[in-house]
Design a binder for this molecule. Sequence first.
Ligand code: G3P
Length: 213
Amino acid sequence: MKIFIDSADVTEIRDAVSLGVVDGVTTNPSLVAKTGRPLAAVIREICEIVDGPISAEVIATDAQGMIREARELAAIHPNVVIKVPLIAEGLRAIKSLISEGIRANATLCFSAPQALLAAKAGARYISPFLGRIDDVGGDGLELISQIVTIYRNYEYSTEVLAASIRHPVHLVRCAELGADVCTIPYKVILQLLSHPLTDVGLSKFLKDAKKTP
Ligand code: G3P
């Protein structure tokens, strides 16, 4: 399974990359706004840090506007993937971007029919937001399962990029269900590593090592 970091903070992206487990990056307008920097500058710097797909999101809500923004973002680096909201104009934009060789990540996916349409339009990635579905009393993991099944049934090449990951169990279940990618906040990447028995065991080994003559 591929692990992306869901962040626009270059310091935490660098830290995560140094762990050797990061295959790519996803950003969104909220994450970029938190940095207080322009989108293009943030994406350019991330592309210098990570050699893998870097998702940058368009702001326009009409297909032509999305395509214009996508061209500018894609020109920053060949690794840039354009995040397009899963609305009708987004689907139109995705279809057109493919003909220009620009990869799209269909974002804000909350249902299986949306995911099916994104695959038919040719999106490279589908981003179901499983944490946000859980937040409103739904079952985000059930959606991941449905999308994985549908894509397998019809051999769509669109990769399932599970997003809005809130805790380690989300990642484990997504891996069991066969999601291609999980995009994870840095805080949760660190949680994946942490186990109290590892800490207790290490501390005992270090203590005992001092007794070795
Ligand atoms: O980047 C999209 C997604 O991962 C957002 O997650 O935590 O804002 O629901 P969250």
